[in-house]
Each structure stands twice: as C-alpha cells, then as structure tokens.
Design a protein around this ligand. Structure first.
Ligand code: ADP
Ligand code: MG
Length: 729
C-alpha cells in the first residue's frame, strides 16, 4: 500500500502546486530590520542626546542611567505602538537550551476609570521572573526564588507578533548566571581585552576587538501528519526505531540538489520573516540527507549572532507548521543518514579588519596573523577537552563520532599553506625572519593564494578547521545554543592571548626588542601546539590511536566529558578571565548531568511504550494470522505436503518469536536499569548509569524492532516508515 494511503500527508494541495515564479515587489534591503529597534529607529524615535548616549552604551559599554532608560523606553513604546504592539517581554536564555518569555501588557489604570499604555525605563531595564521554575543546578531553590532578568542594550529589541521582545541576561539574586548570555558577554569582554592588548603590539590605534560568529543551521523537515503519527518524534525529537529506507543518501542526489517546491515556499517565508527581524539570511540549500536542509545568515558580532540563532530556531519551528511541516532541529533524527550540525564560523576583528585574514602584504600583518592563529590554537589545545564538553549533549552525542560528523576528539585542520607558514616561522633561521631592514620578510610566502584553494577543498572531518579568514567550529550541535561553544572558545582564546602577552612583556622587560620577543614567543607556541594540528582523516580509526598518543581528550561518554568543566585548568581559566566562578560551573554541571539523564529517561520510556503497546501487539496479530494459515493448510493437505507449503511461514513465525522475546525481555531489563539508576544520589552517577546501562539497551532492542519492520505486513505496521518520513512529497 502506498505511503500516502497508509498515512495521509498534511495537504495534498502542496503536492500539486504549479511551478511558478512569483517575486515580491519589495526587496530584502527594503524590509530588512523592519521589526527591529535598531540605530536607525533610535535616531528617529529618541531625542538626539539620548540617541548619542545609547550609541555610547552599545558601542563602548558605557553605563546606562535611569533617566536615559526612561527616555529610551518612551521611544521604544512609541515605535512599537505604531506597529500595533500591545505587550512587552524580557526574552532570555535559561539553561534549558530554548528561550523564555513572560508577556505583560503596556496597559495601566489611568485612575479616571480608563486605561493608558505605559512603559517605563525600570520595566525595560530589569524584571523579576520566578527563577525557581528554571534549571539552576542548586543556585536557586524554590523557597528563595528570586532571579532577575536585565536588559542587554547591545542586542536590539524587536517585535514578534504583538509583543516587544527585550533581550536580557538572567541572573540569580546573588548575581550568578542562570543563563547563557551573561557568561557569554563576560567571555566576549575578556577576549576583547586580551586581543586588543596583543593587537596594540602591531597597531597602537586598535581600541576594540570584536568576536564574530557566522552560524550555519542544518535541519530536517517532515510532513506534519506523518510526524504526529510518530510518538517518538513528538516526544524526543528523534526516531527511536525505523529500518533504513532502501534509498536514502547513497546516490548523493540531495546535496545542493534543486529544492522541493513546498520546501522552497517554507524557505522564502522564513527568510522574509527573518530579514524583517534583522537576521541577515543569505544562504539556503539542500543538505546531504534526504529532507535535510541548511540556512545561514551573514556573520555578525557573536552576542547578536547567538540571539539571532535562538530567534531563528523558534521561527523555523513556527513557520514550518504553517507549511504543514515539522522542523526537526535534533542532531540525529534518523539513524543511518547524516545528522545535523551547526557550524560556528568564528573570527576576531578590529575596526581595521579581520584578524584571522590570510596573510597580508607587510611583515607586520603577517606576524599578527601568525600570532592570532597560533594563540587561538593554543587556547583550543590547552582546553580541548573543555571545548568538547561545551558542545556535547545527549542529542549531539549521536552525531559526534558517527561517520558524517567530526569525531569526538577536538583537533584543528590548517591546510597546506598555513601549515607550511607555521613550519617556516618555526624553522627559518633568525635572519630570514628579521622584521627590519630591507630583507624580505619570509612570512610573506609566495604560495599564499593556496589558502584559498584549501578553503574550497577543506577537510570536512575536522571539528575545528581554518577556512581562510576564520575557524569553523563544526562540532556544535544543530539544536544547541551557540553561546555554550562560543563562550568557551572565546574564553580559551582570551586565556591564551593573556598568557602570550605576559610572556612577551617579560622578554621586552628583559631588554628584548618587541618584534623579536613576539617572534620568540610565537615560535615557542608553534612547537607547543603541534598535537592539536591534524590535517588527516578524522574519521579513521588510526586517528583515535594517534590522538590518544598525543594526549588529546578521547573520552566519548557525555557524562564523563562534562567533567572537563570542573578540571582545575578549566576552573582557573574561567575564574581568571572573569567569566564564571567555580560555584557557577558546578551548578551548570549539575544541570548538564540532570538534563542528560532526563533525555535518556524519556527516550527509554517512550521506546518501551512503543515496543509494548504498538509493535508487539501488531506483530503478535500478524504472527497469529500466519499460525492460523499454517493450521488451515495442515487441515486440508496431507502432513508432508502441508509442511512443505508452510515452510516459509513457519520460519517467519519462529523469527518473529525470537525478536519478540528479545524485545520483551530487554524492555523489562531497561525498566530495571532505570530503577537502579534513579536510586543513585549524585546527578553525575545517575547520568553515567543512564549512559552505561540504559542507553545501550535502546540500541540493542531497536535492532530487533527494525528487523520486525521488514517482516511484518506493511499495511499493519503502526508507524510511518523512514521511506515515508524522509521524502517530501
Ligand atoms: P560554507 O562553505 O562553510 O557553507 P558559507 O559561505 O556558507 O560557508 O559561510 C558560512 C558562514 O561563515 C556564513 O555565516 C559567513 O557569513 C560566515 N563567515 C564568513 N567569514 C567569516 C568571518 N571572518 N568570521 C566569521 N564568520 C564568517
Ligand atoms: Mg561550512
């Protein structure tokens, strides 16, 4: 029976939509930022001195006074009300991965029997949501629930529906972070400070270094009605069972293929909405797996880019439903085909340009380039286990180490030219590296344009690849808040740069020339960072052995990877850089372990239900039908002939029994394993138990369910199959 008859897809009309080109009259540049209170709007809606003050707050981090906040709130309200907005909310990023908001109306009593719209500075600046309902890892307990959200003026407010959305940080009464944004902002401050100081060796005019992030969001779309018929997708975001589709990605015919029309409609819709919200969408294409797609905006300052990604993920989910789809952001919704990641393209820049840009013309530029590449790698090397912890989760664990994703080992691909450049700097004799005089500075390698060749032919197996003017952190999960990876990376780089400056300054103080001191320190570090550089195939088993020898973190168990946050070197780094205290790190880890446990627990429960309530009854019914058939054959034919006729059916009956008993026995075992784990006191031990004893059973049982899917009558199979879910019609 065909898929569309087994399960009706959402809207048949989508399948027959005529192919037509209808271009909107407005251009993206006309509506970009339409719903954002950006500087343009501020200029229009705020008094000139207030506008100037706000620019100082946004660009230079100047403090914000109450009367300025009042004036800004007034301007915002006016702008928002002209758009028909009635509510406002502090929008924050609790440690649940998503975003949170509580809407309040502008209305207040006018004390004459009517109402007025009001919005004061104090409401803009600070709110007090109930912190006890969000994960805090023990920082907040319910009886002292106070938590504050505080306005982040560097990420502009925007309008979504009838609500004015105000990006905020979320902190406890004691000032500790309960979110991702607060530590991210501190990390960005740390890297700015550290990188500016190093930049000033090369150009004393540099006042500020900005961290940039360009994310590429991968996702799957499935038809909404098929999705609804899969309780596992609905409850966990991934399929817990499902045999491979005969055709999936083996023909390589989806990647960059023409986008299905129904999907293109969705993409257009989401792009327009995103552009109106100031998200600079640029790229859209099919990804490797069937039904997998990607979208990417142009890079932005990291804090803003993170907010935009959070907003984009929630937009994608909403807009997909409008088109009869569900958008799956899970890292591995389907077994056997590629999962989804979110490449985080990262760089540092000053008002004078991007610091990681391929070497320039002058020796000075080149030395700066080498310094920033090497010190970035030093940060990544020193904290490679921690960086892995920053991207690992119960969901991303399915993707890392699988064959389409970076391995669960952090290393960096530099490509031929940069590798050669570093070798040159390391090995050339001092004269060849002289910065002064007429002698050509040998960092100015003639083969530099090759970097751009590397850029197109880059190593897709590398978790942290240099791609011409940036590093691409490819291990980040599609569902994750980029802030986790970005705050860790920026802090690690800040740490390396700070240490670098200390050593260079010491050499200068000892009488060394500035450039010689920089060169000497860089050369030391080039030697030191070698273990993190790996230009080979990250998927190969040889790499695991080699990486172990190099002392890189090769742990694959998520609960144990989280331990990296509490290693003395990590705690010291976060504290020294002023990003997080040990207490905050401990609290966050409690949440990480707890979340890990809950995710596996929910998966295991749903999976057990599906096995016992959906699969086994259907399979038993089918088996009885076969048994019935066999006994009827036995009744009408002589024994020998009847046995010959029923041979295949008897084999199937037996196979079904074997698979069934494995499933039933092991679902029981899984329940027992959960009980044992649930009794453990420590969140860490519990997560480890779920990882070691519950999660493997899910996989083992699934194997038998998937076998049954191939045996049982298609018409009777209760769940949409991969071949139905994975091909948009
Ligand atoms: P890919 O070939 O990896 O798909 P894209 O051209 O789609 O690359 O770009 C990926 C992302 O990298 C985009 O968001 C782009 O704006 C961003 N990007 C480009 N240059 C930089 C940079 N210097 N720093 C940070 N992000 C950058
Ligand atoms: Mg990319």
């Amino acid at each position: 029976m065909s898929a569309s008859l087994r399960f009706k897809v959402v809207d048949e009309a989508f399948r027959h939509a005529p192919l037509k080109t209808v271009l909107p009259k407005e251009r993206p540049s006309d509506y970009f930022g339409k719903y954002v209170f950006n500087k343009q709007k501020m200029f229009k809606y705020l008094p000139a001195p207030i506008y100037a003050k706000m620019c100082d707050v946004i660009d230079n981090g100047a403090p914000l006074d109450r009367d300025v906040a009042d004036a800004v709130a007034e301007g915002m309200k006016k702008w928002a009300m002209e758009l028909g907005v009635t509510h406002y909310t502090h929008w924050f990023q609790p440690l649940t991965e998503g975003t949170a908001e509580k809407h309040d109306g502008f209305v207040e009593h006018d004390w004459k029997g009517g109402m007025v719209e009001e919005f004061e500075g104090k409401l803009l600046v600070q709110q007090e949501p109930d912190a006890s309902s969000f994960p805090s890892g023990g920082i907040r307990s319910t009886f002292e629930a106070r938590g504050y959200s505080a306005w982040d003026p560097t990420s502009p407010v925007f309008v979504l529906g009838d609500t004015l959305m105000i990006p905020t940080i979320f902190i406890s009464y004691t000032g500790e972070a309960l979110d991702y944004k607060f530590p991210l902002k501190k990390a960005l401050y740390a890297v700015d400070k550290a990188a500016t100081a190093v930049c000033q060796y090369f150009n004393p005019d540099v006042k500020k270094v900005v961290s940039n992030l360009g994310w590429e969001q991968e996702y799957f779309l499935v038809d909404e009605s098929l999705y609804s018929a899969r309780p596992d997708l609905v409850m966990t975001g991934r399929t817990l069972m499902g045999h491979d589709s005969a055709k999936n990605q083996q023909m390589d015919d989806h990647y960059f293929g023409s986008i299905p029309e129904r999907v293109e409609e969705f993409m257009k819709d989401i792009e327009i909405q995103a552009l109106e919200l100031g998200i600079p969408c640029k790229t859209r294409h099919n990804e490797v797996a069937p039904n997998q797609f990607e979208l990417a905006p142009i890079f932005e300052e990291t804090n803003l880019a993170v907010d935009h990604n959070m907003l984009m993920m929630s937009l994608m989910k909403r807009v997909a439903r409008k088109h009869g789809f569900r958008c799956l952001l899970h890292e591995k919704p389907f077994k056997g085909i590629n999962g989804s990641g979110k490449h985080n393209n990262w760089s540092l820049s000053t008002d004078t340009g991007i610091l990681l840009h391929a070497p320039g013309k002058t020796p000075e530029d080149n030395l700066r380039f080498v310094t920033f590449v090497v010190e970035t790698l030093k940060g990544v090397y020193d904290h490679n286990g921690l960086l892995k912890a920053s991207i690992i989760s119960a969901t991303n664990a399915h993707r890392l180490g699988a064959n389409e994703a970076p391995p669960a080992i952090i290393s960096s691909f530099l490509g031929k030219s940069v590798t050669a450049l570093l070798e040159h700097v390391e090995n050339a004799d001092d004269d060849a590296l002289s910065m002064d005089g007429k002698q050509a500075f040998k960092l100015d390698l003639p083969s530099i344009p090759e970097i751009f060749i590397d850029n197109t032919d880059r190593n897709r197996t590398s978790p942290f690849a240099f791609t011409g003017n940036r590093f691409e952190f490819r291990a980040v999960g599609s569902e994750a808040n980029c802030a986790s990876a970005m705050l860790t990376l920026n802090t690690a780089v800040a740490d390396a740069l700070t240490d670098f400056k200390t050593r260079v300054d010491a050499l200068i103080a000892a009488g060394e020339d500035k450039h010689a001191a920089i060169l000497k320190t860089v050369r030391e570090d080039i030697k030191y960072i070698k273990p993190i550089i790996f230009n080979g195939n990250g998927y190969g088993d040889e790499w695991k052995i080699e990486a172990e020898k190099r002392g890189l973190d090769c742990e694959t168990s998520a609960p144990l990877i989280f331990d990296n946050y509490l290693k003395p070197s990590s705690v010291m780094m976060f504290e020294k850089m002023g990003v997080m205290s040990e207490h905050e790190l401990e609290a966050r880890n409690e949440i990480k372990w707890e979340t890990y446990t809950k995710k596996i627990q929910i998966e295991s429960r749903i999976f057990g239900d599906l096995c016992l309530n959906h699969i086994i009854p259907v399979v038993t019914k089918y088996q009885s039908m076969l048994i019935d058939n066999v006994s009827k054959v036995l009744a009408i034919f002589p024994k020998e002939k009847a046995e010959a006729i029923s041979k295949e059916n008897l084999t199937i009956i037996e196979k079904i029994s074997k698979h069934e008993s494995f499933i039933i026995e092991n679902v029981d075992k899984m329940v027992e394993a959960r009980k044992v784990a649930n009794h453990l006191e420590s969140e860490r031990e519990k997560a480890i138990a779920y990882h070691d004893t519950v999660a493997p059973l899910l996989e083992q049982i699934r194997y038998h369910v998937d076998k049954l899917e191939c045996i049982v009558d298609d018409e009777a199979w209760p769940l949409p199959k991969y071949r139905e879910l994975l091909f948009i019609r």
